[in-house]
Design a protein around this ligand. Structure first.
Ligand code: ADP
Length: 489
């Protein structure tokens, strides 16, 4: 099958979130299954042209209000045999810092025009390469115009056999703008409602993609069900219920070249399930590094997170409300937190650290420390309000670090709850996101540590045996592509 991925971010060229990792890992896995995959993305100012190859000739991209004249560069996707990434080089749209915005201007005011250039450009690129894809696979709101253009314009002018798939990596970001931008999308006003763009008299990119794409996917089966309910649906639950038979949840995989305790170069001592006794060396190193009491017998709980409401940080750390202070003062445990994000939370963590000898935090982004926390902790706390897929709980399992998670999205799909009668399970699950329920579940894990160590040790090995490779997920995407193609008339 010929597949064109359309994405605003692709690792290693541009990344603001997990979507960038997923697009490149999925492309590589699909190539291994024998498919012909190409990727199109913008050439942001930060991507140096010197490392790319220029395609001959300019490429004109018709937008609703004129024509954007662009250059196209290409490079091989690192880690792949032959996946080509094509970069649309358009100074006016992408010749600046930031993918969607900058700290000063978090959402560029011309984002509708910029991502219209990307999506129209995807079709022009296929023409330029004389390559007709079977599938256009768009990722998140910034590429959601591509399925709309296919259905309402391009189908009649050369893409009659092409089907579209839209993957939702996070429903919270929809691309909602004034309808004064609509003419720049290159769609007739007659289609304003039919495309799904209309949203309370504004335009909504994701909504249009949800209405128009042949198939929809999101990044875990449970999240696919949850977003059809008003609680998790970000106002799109009605459309998603309506498109229920075209919506599937497929778990993201983990890059096991990077996240693998047997060969991770960022941790002091490598280990496997068979040599799990060596994991303790990482724990001692983590305790030492963070200035905690170096003691193998005290259970160490780790957290690596964006400090954002989605992650349950208010229930953990909010002054007088959160449970972290109570946990650390009433239980014999240690807590290590790595994170950055909301200012109040960063400040509060520093306050807690000043008061509690058994809580240590590092405020900032530190990849090496995140590996050490995964390897050195006994438990990992991740009580998200919602979680489309979540990576950290999967890393934790693979590192034999038992996750304590809320039963939502990808967390519910990847962690099995502890059964204290049989010792079965791979982690500890809470249902309600409240400080009390986090406290109780951490207490439950703490109790098991001191009283049921045999259970804990077996659970660690069971956790490490879990498989989260991309190959299984890629096969499921192929099934979705087949369904999308079968909808073509
Ligand atoms: P989300 O994408 O919603 O932030 P995930 O669990 O899916 O949550 O992925 C988060 C990724 O970012 C993980 O790889 C995690 O290790 C990493 N990460 C988050 N915050 C930090 C931090 N402060 N330092 C290092 N890595 C971090």
């Amino acid at each position: 099958m010929k597949i064109l991925m359309v994405s605003a971010e692709v690792v290693p060229f541009a990344k603001t979130g997990g979507l960038a990792d997923a697009v490149s890992a999925l492309s590589i896995a699909l190539e291994k299954l024998g498919h012909d995959v190409k990727i199109v993305m913008p050439r942001y100012y930060k991507i140096p042209r010197e490392n790319l190859t220029l395609l001959e000739g300019p490429m004109g991209i018709p937008t609703g209000t004129g024509e954007a004249w662009t250059a196209v560069y290409t490079a091989k996707l690192p880690g792949s045999k032959n996946v080509s990434v094509y970069f649309i080089d358009h100074e006016q749209s992408f010749g600046r810092d930031g993918v969607y915005g900058t700290p000063q201007e978090t959402d560029f005011s011309d984002n509708p025009e910029r991502f219209s250039v990307l999506c129209h450009g995807a079709f022009q690129l296929c023409r330029k390469l004389q390559w007709e894809p079977d599938i256009i696979h768009a990722h998140d709101w910034s590429a959601a115009l591509a399925p709309v253009l296919l259905k309402f314009n391009e189908k009649w002018v050369g893409f009659g056999r092409t089907a579209s798939v839209l993957t939702i990596h996070n429903l919270g970001y929809q691309g909602n703008y004034s309808k004064s931008h609509y003419p720049s999308l290159g769609l007739n006003w007659d289609y304003y409602y039919a495309t799904g763009f209309e949203d309370y008299d504004r335009i909504n990119f994701l909504k249009a993609g949800l209405v128009s794409a042949d198939m929809l996917t999101t990044v875990s089966p449970t999240y696919a069900r949850e977003i059809q309910q008003s609680e998790y649906g970000f106002r799109m639950d009605g459309i998603l219920r309506d498109r229920n038979d075209s919506l599937e949840g497929i778990l993201n995989g983990v890059d096991t070249d990077i996240w693998n305790p047997s060969k991770d170069k960022k941790i002091p001592v490598n280990y496997t399930a068979k040599t799990i006794e060596k994991k303790i060396e990482n724990k001692l190193a983590l305790q030492e590094r963070m200035g905690l009491e170096v003691n193998p017998d005290i259970p160490l709980f780790g957290i690596v997170t964006r400090l954002a409401d989605q992650k349950g940080v208010a229930e953990l750390f909010a002054p007088s409300y959160g449970c972290a202070y109570r946990m650390c003062t009433t239980m014999n445990m240690q807590l290590v937190v790595l994170g950055s994000g909301e200012r109040w939370c960063e400040d509060e963590l520093r306050n807690l650290q000043a008061k509690l000898p058994n809580l240590r935090c590092f405020i900032g982004y530190d990849d090496a420390l995140s590996h050490l926390i995964e390897a050195g902790s006994d438990f990992f706390i991740m009580p998200s309000r919602y979680e489309p897929c979540g990576l950290n709980q999967m890393y934790s399992l693979l590192y034999g670090t038992l996750p304590i998670v809320r039963r939502t999205g990808g967390l519910a799909d990847t962690v099995q709850n502890y059964d204290e009668k049989t010792g079965e399970g791979t982690g500890f699950i809470l249902d309600n996101l409240t400080p009390d329920s986090i406290y109780d579940t951490v207490g439950w894990a703490n109790y098991a540590w001191y009283n049921k160590r045999d259970h804990i040790e077996k659970m660690k090995k069971r956790a490490m045996a879990q498989k989260f490779g991309w190959n299984v997920s890629a096969e499921k995407y192929v099934e979705v592509y087949v369904k999308a193609l079968s909808k073509q008339r």
